[in-house]
Design a protein around this ligand. Structure first.
Ligand code: ZN
Length: 201
């Protein structure tokens, strides 16, 4: 976690430049194979700095969400998770799952049978994100969206639960069918998204 805190300071320094000096504006020493290429229409994997997680990009849509902001959001999520759930074994499982995540951002419309926040089953409802397996999420986002306005942190909470529980990520949230999700997960999501919005992420 200390490594992640150090990384966070560096990444915030990179992002802060829109209102600061331009000469520190650009990420340095990024290997070309770790970057997204907008002219490549094949599926591409872009590495999230500081993690072994990857962002999957299709159709050359590299500008939906930059990997620096994803990294910062993941660091804040893990930090807040260990504050709210301070049990070391679970924390390690969650950190490992988040660290190895495959993330896809796109703005396509997806409809699924899903559950509301209080556990009501909804048929073919439009979804803003999905935790599709213990290691993959999809998040609806358009270029220019802040991460705090998307379901990214919400999906990370499903992944955290999935890592501990193994069988599922508690798709019905506070509903009675699956267990795992608690009001504290809602607090976690609110806290992290508040911070991310405040720093423009
Ligand atoms: Zn959910």
């Amino acid at each position: 976690m200390y490594m992640h805190r150090a990384l966070l300071i560096v990444l915030l320094g990179i992002l802060n430049v829109s209102c600061g000096p331009k000469w520190i504006a650009y990420p340095q020493n990024v290997k070309s194979y770790e970057q997204c290429k907008p002219f490549n229409s094949d599926p591409q994997l872009t590495k999230v700095p500081g993690f072994n997680a990857y962002i999957m990009t299709k159709g050359g849509n590299c500008h939906i969400m930059d990997r620096q902001r994803v990294s910062i959001a993941m660091i804040f999520f893990l930090e807040e998770w260990s504050n709210i759930f301070p049990y070391s074994l679970d924390k390690d499982l969650v950190e490992k799952a988040i660290s190895e995540l495959l993330i896809e951002f796109s703005w396509e419309e997806k409809r699924r049978n899903a559950y509301s926040a209080d556990g009501r089953r909804l048929n073919q409802v439009q979804v803003s994100g999905l935790a599709t397996s213990p290691g993959t999420i999809w998040v609806k986002a358009r270029p220019g969206d802040l991460i705090c306005q998307t379901s990214f942190i919400h999906e990370l909470a499903h992944i955290g639960i999935w890592a501990i529980k193994k069988t599922d990520g508690d798709p019905d949230h506070l509903g009675p069918k699956y267990f795992g999700w608690t009001p504290r997960h809602n607090v976690l999501i609110q806290r992290v998204n508040k911070i991310l919005c405040e720093i423009g992420i």
